[in-house]
Write a protein that binds this ligand. Structure first.
Ligand code: ADP
Length: 450
């Protein structure tokens, strides 16, 4: 302000002096007036330039070397502008980071405005509902999602619960189920979250089926047992008849025992830590134990007078090279003996069962059981390892099967990184094999005892 007044005074003095020199006291007065006019015109011109720049919001004009009123106003405006730009850039970066976080979310996220139009959606939501994250912006969600359940949910306006819908990519072989939940926020805005619940629903269905199956499997022998008990209590029976009934009761009790045993094995497999790589099992001993059990079982299932089954097992030399397996000995035994046991139980008298152990070129090993039994039709093969799945129910029960054997085998093998392969031709026989990865196989010499 002081500078401004000083400049004005200097201009007035200079112009006054020039006027006095040219025209005496009247000239001096005219000079002072002219100087004032010129000064204010100059200031006005500079002010207009600043104003023009403020209107256009372009580059600030450079008023060279002037530190006056307009220069300071310009400087301060420029500083404020830079501060504002920095603030906008920081807000923009924060917004981008926030959107990136929402983009990384495993759940679908859609931001809806007060009219239900999509303001933003992440890729997961686009996949869930078959949307295009760019093209469908500002489209009404009600127009894009036409599922009646969703329309009703949107119309009801009660968003305390979620609604379950079928995903856009759902097919009959690969169903996709979604849980969709709207959360109001801001002024009429809504946050729409979607979550893939296919696996949760499948697990629920499996749990329900499992409980129903277990109840059914237990109820059948229990009903039979209760019937025999009642007969024994109410009817006067001959000694041999009584003995026959008791034998049948023992059979049913044993069936329940096997079922409980298999259920416990499954629950142990599901609940225990994965077998490590530091416990080595000698395959020779493992197969010797399986062979003994198989021969006993074969003798039990072969009817009196019928030709015996032919069982072949690998020789000690065949087992020497890659004869040690890393893992849980009991689980390995359970898997291999179940496969051999099935071959024995399903192969008729006089049939052949051959067990094979092979080292693979990649360092792994292959265990295989081949039988000359009835074989399995191709449509059953993909479902054989499901719990309680049986090709022939009565045959399985007659042979003492629980329907859980192959489920246990698959689970045990998976825990050891091994895969189960099933090949079978109806009427010709089956081959069940387990492929063990190289990291779980080594030579027998270094192995420890089972
Ligand atoms: P189960 O206790 O009934 O034997 P599994 O899970 O061990 O149950 O086997 C499932 C079904 O697979 C069996 O019911 C049987 O129909 C079929 N199966 C398994 N192994 C053989 C085999 N070696 N030959 C023919 N069928 C088999």
């Amino acid at each position: 302000m002081f500078l401004l007044a000083l400049t004005l005074l200097c201009v007035q003095l200079l112009c006054g002096a020039a006027g006095a020199w040219a025209g005496g006291p009247w000239g001096a007065a005219a000079g002072v007036a002219l100087g004032s006019w010129l000064y204010w015109l100059w200031q006005g011109w500079r002010g207009l330039r600043v104003l023009a720049w403020l209107r256009q919001q372009g580059e600030p004009p450079v008023l060279h070397g002037v530190r006056g009123l307009w220069g300071e106003a310009l400087d301060r405006t420029r500083r404020l502008l830079r501060q504002h730009e920095r603030h906008v850039a920081a807000s923009d970066a924060r917004l981008q980071a926030f959107l990136q976080a929402l983009q990384a979310s495993p759940n679908g996220v859609i931001l809806l405005d007060a009219r239900g139009q999509i303001e933003w959606c992440n890729q997961t939501a686009a996949e869930h509902f078959g949307l295009d994250a760019e093209r469908d912006l500002m489209q009404s969600i009600g127009n894009l999602l036409r599922a009646p359940e969703f329309s009703a949910y949107l119309a009801a306006g009660d968003f305390r619960q979620d609604v379950q819908l079928t995903g856009s990519a759902s097919t009959s072989t690969h169903p996709v189920r979604l849980s969709v939940h709207l959360h109001p926020y801001g002024e009429g805005r809504r946050l729409m979250l979607s979550r893939d619940i296919t696996q949760v629903e499948q697990a629920d269905a499996m749990r329900r089926d499992f409980v129903a199956n277990v109840s059914h499997e237990i109820r059948t022998p229990l009903t039979v047992l209760a019937g025999f008990v009642e007969t024994l209590q109410t009817l006067p029976l001959e000694e041999d008849e009584r003995a026959r009934y008791l034998a049948l009761m023992a059979q049913q009790a044993q069936r329940m025992q096997h079922l409980v045993q298999d259920l416990l094995t499954l629950s142990r497999l599901e609940g225990s830590a994965l077998p490590g790589l530091d416990n080595w099992t000698d395959v020779r001993q493992l197969l010797a134990r399986c062979e003994q059990e198989a021969r006993t079982l074969s003798a039990q299932v072969t009817p009196a007078g019928a030709p015996p089954q032919r069982l072949t097992f690998p020789t000690a030399q065949q087992l020497a090279q890659c004869g040690a397996l890393a893992g849980n000995p009991e689980e390995l035994h359970s898997a291999l003996s179940n496969l051999i046991g099935n071959a024995v139980r399903y192969t008729p008298a006089g049939g052949s069962i051959s067990v094979d152990w092979q080292c693979l070129p990649d360092g792994g090993a292959r265990f295989a059981v081949r039988d000359s039994g009835p074989g399995i039709a191709p449509e059953h093969l993909p479902r054989l390892t499901e719990r309680f799945y049986r090709v022939d129910r009565s045959r399985s029960r007659d042979s003492g099967g629980t329907g859980l054997g192959l489920a246990i085998v698959k689970h045990s093998l998976q825990r050891h990184g091994a895969t189960l392969q099933i090949r079978s031709v109806l009427g010709q026989g089956s081959e069940f094999s387990a492929l063990f990865p190289a990291r779980r196989v080594r030579g027998a010499a270094a192995s420890e005892k089972v």
